[in-house]
Design a protein around this ligand. Sequence first.
Ligand code: NAD
Length: 462
Amino acid sequence: MARVFEAADASNLVTELRRSFDSGVTRGYEWRVNQLKKLLIICDNHEPEIVAALHDDLGKPELESSVYEVALLRNSIKLALKQLKDWMAPDKAKTSLTTFPSSAEIISEPLGVVLVISAWNYPFLLSIDPVIGAISAGNAVVLKPSELSPASSSLLLKLIEQYLDPSAVRVVEGSVAETTLLLDQKWDKIFYTGSSKIARIIMTAAAKHLTPVVLELGGKSPVVIDSDTNLKVTIKRIIQGKWGCNNGQACVSPDYILTTKEFAPKVIDELKQELVAFYGKNPMESKDLSHIVNTNHFDRLSKMLEEKEVSEKIIHGGEKDREKLKIAPTILLDVPLDSLIMNEEIFGPLLPIFTLNNLEESFDVIRSRPKPLAAYLFTQNQKLKERFAMTVSAGGIVVNDIAVHLAVHSLPFGGVGESGMGSYHGKFSFDAFSHKKAVLYKSFFGDSAIRYAPYSRGKLRL
Ligand code: NAD
């Protein structure tokens, strides 16, 4: 049996890592590159084990694991390896007449010892991606994967112990008890991925030590479908982005559709047809759909479906099997706005469609709710695209596709309001784990008497 992780272990761990950080080992370019290369070896040499762990935890289809976890990580690591020298280089800054003669620069300084707490739905991507940022920026890092994906968590521990520098990169497995002990420590940054409910606990713990946080949370990401769209492609992309990404258990998953009453029948027909084309007549048997992570989440989703006035609104799917943790892709039409399913993040294979008198109303619906992690629009109307991008507040916006923005490393990925704070990916990950230190180099030349006491009007006139 594994030894229990105690308060002293948490404190010793941070002391040990701080010692390494203070020694300067993590600051060097060579160390950073070396650790990133080890992460790349993990992706290159251990993909079959990673795919198997994801299958154990979530029944995740092999292709989904290879593309959305391993390939995305590989891209992230390669980008960091390619760009690291540039990212680390100080940025020259302009100086003003007030400080003349002087020069200035901004140095990206590592923060110190950082904690990454990750979620179960993309356990490799969401664990290693922030670690790439932490290492690139020259920090020592502790990763706490989610206990709800145990096969992935123990593989992460094994691989990181096997390949990375144990004096500065560590994994602690565990759930609430272990995380609470970690949160009692003083960190230089906490990077948390998970629900907004637990984010409040994280932020409260961080506040005690004045530790900055990045909170990568979720929310109800809406999809607005205009009648002026390529419906076939629209529906395929929605299906791929909803059920083709961990069966709806993704932070950027489409949570609900908004379209007009007039256009809804076409949307529904196309959805039904394409769902059969994607997953067959019996989707409960499909190998291309992940299962629900555990019985707690299965029961949470069942509760949403079984609520009075909701179950009668199912227009497609609705089958479920608690033993196998399977729920079929399910579409609902016009459920009450005050129902559970329209108020809590679904995070599963259910997709309500909410119909409006005109598309204009979609702006009000989105504005009246907490700011989502993503908002999607399908249209060919240029004016509508621009208005949506300019006026809808969300972590990110994608026009005419789902979730693909997270693969674009030049875009920051993160939430706003209830969907989180801070962002990462590409250079944004490096920045998330760096302090932008202002440095001004002043000359002794040109010393003026005006600034020194005794002050006098006369000096100003000099
Ligand atoms: P969660 O908040 O339950 O758990 C996330 C992490 O917090 C886990 O490591 C867990 O061990 C830890 N944790 C749980 N309870 C805790 C407590 N009381 N004290 C301290 N730590 C605790 O979230 P989840 O169920 O793993 O993930 C689902 C949520 O995460 C959804 O809201 C989803 O949208 C969001 N999410 C966001 C992103 C993103 O990148 N923005 C990615 C994936 C998931």
